[in-house]
Design a protein around this ligand. Structure first.
Ligand SMILES: *Cc1c(COP(=O)(O)O)cnc(C)c1O
Length: 409
């Protein structure tokens, strides 16, 4: 199988295990090794693997109507648009299939809105990530994503994240919108400050700009709010969703408030697969699970507890410099590349996501059990101790616990 993969799948990824099954917080590989999945397939399986409610909804919908196109009304799309709107901006939605495509939708929406005044410029952030299609690549504030794909789509400027003055200095009479991730995901799990988000809202109001949020990674309960922006008490004009929206079934959305709800008119934008009955069934079931299991609150409480525990690693291990994030979107910041650490964790059964070189990103399912957080913590601590040494005082504590476990044996 690996031979066929290497020969016929383009080399855009570097996979390292053959995964065959998932259940709740765990996944199994082809050799039968079991892993705690604290990456959630990159912020996708927020309801855990193979949640019975989601699996049922997908299977049932597959038996009645998979797809019929947007030439016709379909019930699930109406229901999903209504629920997402009522949870957020009380406006309208457009459905697509991925995060990049949702951001393309936001960009087109902003350009169309500013078109009559000849405004098309969008300010995004350094360190941001908005996807791999050409407009999303141009919007992204990381050179490694852009290199080799020039000429890039014009119209994007990149401000310094969490620096309102930097955004202000880039606004000119061409500017139509500011696009921001409430928590930088690929950029290293960096939460926006409250002053920054509030300041952006104020700036956008006073200069007649659109405020757009990329919620592709931090949305769907991840940060302890339904959507990341809600933790800042601000209201964007629109935001993008994808990743966790369908618990793994591909679906993306542009969610707009009243200001942008009626900007797109027939013919302006479309997607063949956007909002199919089956994709919307997966998303509706995902919303049901998040609501019935109280997962937004759970993300906040479990996230706070886990973060506090992880913070104990700072100072105990000299190379651990910070723990940051919101809800269950957490990053352990090291003073060196974390790949050897995340590989070691994987080898003994914990999947995490190295990001921005020096950050171990943790995105567990929102319904991970307390005991699973304990297990994950033990693996993290063990691997850091093994690879980066332990401070003398902890060496004492550790040897006593070792004696104890010797006795137990
Ligand atoms: C993953 C991600 C995207 C891109 O989503 P795709 O579904 O891979 O196209 C865009 N924005 C953010 C913040 C992301 O994390």
């Amino acid at each position: 199988m690996i031979e066929a993969y290497e020969k016929h799948v383009m080399s855009t990824y570097v996979p390292d295990r053959v995964m065959v099954k998932g259940q709740g917080t765990r996944v199994w590989d082809a050799d039968g090794q079991v892993y705690l999945d604290f990456g959630s397939g990159i912020a996708v399986t927020n309801t855990g693997h193979a949640h019975p409610v989601v699996a049922e909804a997908i299977a049932n919908q597959a038996r009645s109507l998979l797809h019929v196109s947007n030439l016709y009304y379909t019930e699930n799309q109406a229901k999903l648009a209504q629920r997402l709107s009522m949870l957020s901006l009380k406006g309208k939605c457009f459905f697509c299939n991925s995060g990049a495509e949702a951001n393309e939708g936001l960009i087109k929406l902003a350009r169309l809105w500013g078109h009559a005044e000849g405004r098309s410029g969008i300010i995004t952030m350094q360190g941001s990530f908005h996807g791999r299609t050409l407009a999303a690549v141009a919007a992204t504030g990381q050179d490694k994503v852009k290199k080799g794909f020039e000429p890039l789509l014009p119209g994007f400027k990149h401000a310094v994240y969490n620096d309102l003055g930097s955004v202000e200095s880039l606004v000119d009479d061409q500017t139509v919108a500011v696009l921001v991730e409430p928590v930088l995901g690929e950029g290293g799990v960096v939460p926006a400050t409250e002053a920054f988000m509030k300041g952006l809202e104020e700036l956008c109001r006073s200069r007649n700009l659109l405020l757009l949020c990329d919620e592709v990674q931090c949305g769907m309960g991840r940060t302890g709010e339904w959507f990341g922006y809600q933790g800042y008490g601000i209201t964007p004009d629109a935001f993008s969703l994808a990743k966790a929206l369908g618990s793994g079934f591909p679906i993306g959305a542009v969610v707009a408030g009243p200001r942008l709800a009626d900007t797109f008119q027939p013919g302006h934008h479309a997607s063949t697969f956007g909002g199919t009955p089956i994709a919307c069934a997966a998303a509706l079931a995902t919303l049901d699970v998040i609501e019935s299991e109280n997962l937004v609150k759970r993300a906040r409480s479990a996230g706070e507890a886990f973060k506090k525990r992880l913070e104990g690693l700072v100072g105990r291990f000299e190379h651990v410099v910070d723990v940051r994030g919101r809800g269950l979107m957490l990053g352990i910041v090291m003073d060196r590349p974390v790949k050897p650490l995340t590989d070691a964790m994987r080898d003994i059964g914990l999947l995490t996501l190295p990001t921005a070189e020096n950050v171990i990103r943790l995105l567990p399912p929102l319904n991970a059990k307390d005991s699973e957080f304990d297990e994950a913590y033990d693996i993290i601590e063990e691997c850091i101790a093994e690879l980066h040494g332990i401070s003398p005082e902890d060496a004492d504590a550790d040897s006593s616990s070792e004696e104890q476990s010797d006795l137990e044996h």
